[in-house]
Design a protein around this ligand. Structure first.
Ligand code: G4P
Length: 525
């Protein structure tokens, strides 16, 4: 590809993830987006996968048993001259560190909120990671066809709970059974809900904000109230500011109903207009790699094991950061300096896996892996070695003690643990006093996958003793006194040997802080 072509191809890319709390409507909206992209012809395809009826599924056994997908997949489609990559962020029981790491590979995020529930815990956690990265966040407040909370209250909550400024792109006219449509502030029009009967979907507004021509909403009291609210939002709300959107300080807010496909296209069109194309990635050495740089580079943000149960293969997911990928190309793996031929690559669609021949910066590819790659690895071509910034570690919240069932099989137990921990499947800690192994995870599924893979790949049956939720806080080794540890704040060390406490709950953390006011405790993220 010529430099110019590469630049154009990169500028077309929009790579994002949808963040939400379970049941807010992420699957439903993803499906609508895929419909617009012509990838699925029928609603229900993504849903079927979630409920376990996914015909083409060849996910690992544990996934089949539970009817969920262990790790995120990637969906790609073309729409309005753009190439869209949606990275799935698993929620529900399959919430895990992979969900967080996926957010390291996107250029923007769409936050879906249930209009009746507002901001829920998982949304908040995922939001904080996007905020830390400073990427643009677009908000879709869903389920307008049901009675929900007042729009003013919902937008205020974004600012109060998440600390991000909000800009209303549109405003609901009624809700639930009384839903009439949305006042599209950004496009100066009214989008009518369920307008099939009269065939009219949009009503244009004149420069005074009044409906041009016939006004079916003239007598509508809710509409009159909306006009007042819109007036208020325009006068007292935040200014539309593209720069603030670009660095994640201001979120454009859209209202709609994913289930009835209302407001979704309006959202998608505006989103694609303002969402960024791939941007430069920082290197460990303090430099930057630009996406249109002709040398290929990328990093591995996720490794999925055993997608095909007949083969013990793994798939390493690569976010391409610069240049062009061609199947069969040779790359260097920064960590080892080894040259590797990338001949076996795959791309993910909603329901199929296809061999990918070419891809450019912004795209995600899957590489079949026989154990060469680790999460966080950089691969590149060209003479100059590249190493991207390290992926952050996420503080686990769930813990369990782990031992080998068969004490005679310590060797395979240790080997398995070391490899799975290195792969990023779980975090490993050791008790200071007893030396016991303790695993940490963000979601319960990580433990189940760990247990399954230990048995299947390392022939090591493990016994897991759940310890429940803990608050992990690191302590400066200089300030550490082993006597500070108690049953309510267990002292452990991480893989690098750094000491941390696992607090029973917020109360025990507060008690500790009161007792040792000079001791500094830190969370990783
Ligand atoms: P998730 O991926 O975020 O977990 O949510 P998902 O899309 O699966 O949606 C969760 C539930 O909310 C589903 O209902 C879905 O149909 C419903 N839903 C999503 N968007 C809307 C909306 O705009 N309006 C209304 N009224 N409902 C919406 P369910 O009963 O759990 O599943 P199903 O069996 O009906 O598919």
């Amino acid at each position: 590809m010529k430099t110019n072509e590469l630049k154009q191809a990169v500028e077309k890319r929009r790579t994002f993830a949808i963040i939400s709390h379970p049941d807010a409507g992420k699957t439903t909206i993803t499906e609508q987006l895929l419909l617009f992209g012509g990838v699925v012809r029928q609603a229900g395809t993504v849903k079927a996968k979630k409920s376990g009826n996914f015909a083409k599924s060849d996910w690992m056994e544990i996934e089949k048993k539970r009817g969920i997908s262990v790790t995120s997949s990637v969906m790609q489609f073309d729409y309005a001259g753009k190439r869209v990559n949606i990275l799935d962020t698993p929620g529900h029981e399959d919430f895990s560190e992979d969900t967080y790491r996926t957010l390291m590979a996107v250029d923007s995020a769409v936050m879906v909120i249930d209009s009746a529930k507002g901001i829920e815990p998982q949304t908040k956690k995922l939001f904080q990671i996007c905020k830390m990265r400073g990427i643009p966040i677009f908000t879709f407040i869903n389920k307008l066809d049901r009675d929900g909370r007042e729009p003013l209250e919902l937008t205020a909550e974004l600012e109060e709970v998440l600390g991000i400024d909000a800009y209303a792109m549109n405003w609901p006219i009624g809700m639930g059974k009384g839903l009439k449509g949305i006042y599209d502030i950004y496009n100066d029009r009214i989008e009518l809900y369920r307008s099939e009967a009269d065939g009219q979907k949009f009503l244009e507004l004149d420069e005074n904000g009044e409906i041009k021509g016939d006004d079916p909403l003239k007598e509508d009291s809710i509409y009159q109230q909306v006009l007042e609210e819109v007036e208020l939002v325009k006068a007292a709300g935040n200014e539309f500011d593209e720069e603030k959107i670009a660095n994640g300080q201001l979120t454009p807010v859209f209202f709609g109903s994913a289930l009835t496909n209302f407001g979704v296209k309006t959202f998608l069109d505006a989103y694609l207009q303002f969402a960024p194309s791939p941007t430069a990635h920082k290197t460990q050495a303090g430099g930057e790699i630009k996406p249109a740089d002709p040398t290929f580079s990328g990093f591995i943000f996720k490794i999925q094991a055993n997608m095909n149960p007949n083969h013990r293969d793994r798939i390493a997911f690569v976010r391409i950061c610069s240049g062009e990928f061609d199947r069969g190309m040779d790359v260097f793996l920064n960590r080892t300096g080894k040259k590797i031929r990338l001949s076996n690559s795959t791309q993910f669609m909603a329901d199929t896996r296809e061999t990918v021949e070419t891809a450019v910066a912004g795209d995600i590819i899957g590489l079949y892996d026989t154990g060469n790659f680790q999460i966080g690895d950089t691969i590149y071509t060209g003479k100059k070695a590249i190493e991207f910034e390290k992926l952050p570690q996420f503080t686990p919240e769930l813990f369990a003690r782990v031992t080998a069932k068969n004490v005679m099989k310590q060797k395979s137990f240790h080997k398995g643990i070391q490899q799975l921990v290195q792969e990023g499947a779980v975090q490993l800690y050791q008790s200071y006093s007893t030396g016991d192994y303790i695993l940490g995870a963000v979601g319960q599924l990580q433990f189940e996958v760990f247990q399954f893979r230990m048995a299947n790949e390392y022939n090591s049956e493990v016994v897991m003793t759940p310890m429940g939720n803990k608050i992990a806080r690191w302590i400066d080794p200089e300030q550490l006194d082993e006597k500070m540890s108690s049953s309510r704040n267990l002292l452990v060390k991480d893989r690098q040997g750094a000491p941390l406490f696992l607090f029973e709950n917020e109360f025990s953390e507060r008690w500790f802080k009161d007792k040792y006011p000079d001791v500094k405790l830190t969370a990783k993220l």
